[in-house]
Design a protein around this ligand. Structure first.
Ligand SMILES: NC(=O)c1ccc[n+]([C@@H]2O[C@H](COP(=O)([O-])OP(=O)(O)OC[C@H]3O[C@@H](n4cnc5c(N)ncnc54)[C@H](O)[C@@H]3O)[C@@H](O)[C@H]2O)c1
Length: 331
């Protein structure tokens, strides 16, 4: 079995925990295009506050770099770059395309590449693989997908104890190498050779959550209109054995407000007009206005409220993370 020298491309909320886990078992390369992030990590500072200085210390042979040339020593690339949506709500794959263009410059025969960013089915094989192949007509490389379930700020469901979906369609030797890497990160590997199915499984995890929270938001608004106590309605409903315990809330962050659009884009490509996939998006985004209206109504009951100072506690999209992407608290 060949000696693996993995490289993480993109050291953000997903890439850095992976880097910290893997550096316990492998000599490793961490590469990011954000020079500020790289310089901070070299000084053992994680602006995302997931890791302490001691977690970020580097063993001999492990590096953090902003220089793409350094990745050429690697033979196992893991890509964890952002996958946002554009203003028109269509998937923005520019970061992915750029990361694979960089890998294409340095990839060698028998190297392995795993995409971890959340994407719609076909991205790994029809876009990423083709970018590498275009520049490397003759080499024999392997490409797979592994969805990331990491939950920043969550100390219970962390990278070590969640199970991980890993997919690659390759020979047994390559599958063993891929499993070896991921077994050193996660408690349990759920393996499939079907990359498109693995990509889709990630999208439905987040879309399902968005829809369930959306339903609770809608019922909460309905209770308000009907002058019914929503919490009491929920308390009663929860006594049924198969009632799903979702709560209303402000849906933000890099995943839930984005991934349903990736799923609906995929369906549209297949000329399938989904009716449910995006159903929660409007309601969940409306919650910011709903809460603002409630605050203003309450304030109006206070004398001279214009001169009062208001503290908004909790600006990020969920507790204990500094991630303010798509946060609905930032009106
Ligand atoms: N944040 C989460 O909780 C979470 C959970 C599961 C899955 N995901 C998915 O994981 C992916 C990454 O999300 P994230 O939250 O870690 O993003 P992030 O913005 O925190 O980190 C991405 C990093 O990639 C770097 N980068 C961008 N382009 C690059 C390139 N071409 N080469 C090298 N580095 C590059 C950025 O500078 C950044 O540091 C997304 O697809 C996201 O949907 C995120």
């Amino acid at each position: 079995m060949k000696k693996l020298y993995p490289c993480i491309i993109g050291l953000g909320y997903v890439g850095l925990p992976l880097f910290v886990s893997l550096k316990k078992k492998f000599k490793l390369i961490g590469y990011d295009t954000d020079k500020k992030r790289v310089n901070q990590l070299k000084k053992y500072i994680d602006k995302n506050r997931e890791f302490k200085r001691k977690d970020l210390k580097l063993n001999k042979g492990t590096i953090v770099t902003g220089n793409h040339k350094d990745i050429k020593k690697s033979n196992f690339y893991i890509v964890t770059v952002p996958t946002p949506i554009k203003k028109n709500k269509l998937p923005d794959l520019d970061y992915i395309k750029s990361a694979f263009t960089t890998i294409a410059k340095y990839i060698k025969d028998k190297d392995i590449v795993i995409l971890e960013s959340t994407v719609y089915p076909g991205t790994t094989l029809d876009i990423c693989k083709k970018i590498i192949r275009k520049k490397n007509k003759k080499i024999n490389f392997f490409i797979g997908y592994s969805s990331e379930r990491i939950n920043p700020g969550d100390k219970v469901n962390n990278i070590k104890n969640i199970c991980k979906v890993v997919s690659i369609d390759a020979n047994n030797e390559i599958i063993s190498l891929v499993k070896k890497v991921y077994k050193s990160v996660s408690k349990k590997i759920v393996f499939t050779k079907k990359i498109n199915e693995a990509e889709l499984s990630k999208l439905i995890e987040n879309t399902q959550r968005d829809l369930n929270i959306g339903l609770m938001n809608e019922i909460m608004i309905l209770c308000e209109k009907a002058n019914l106590d929503f919490n009491e309605v929920l308390r009663l409903a929860k006594t049924k054995w198969n009632f799903l315990n979702f709560k209303p809330g402000l849906v933000g962050g890099h995943c839930l407000p984005v991934d349903p659009y990736y799923l609906s884009h995929y369906a549209k490509k297949l000329k399938f007009d989904t009716k449910i996939t995006l159903a929660a998006r409007k309601t969940n985004n409306f919650m910011e206005q709903f809460i603002l209206k409630k605050i203003i109504l309450k304030l109006k009951k206070i004398n001279n409220f214009q001169t009062r100072k208001i503290i908004v506690m909790g600006l990020s999209y969920k507790p204990n993370v500094p991630d303010s992407r798509n946060s609905l608290a930032m009106i």
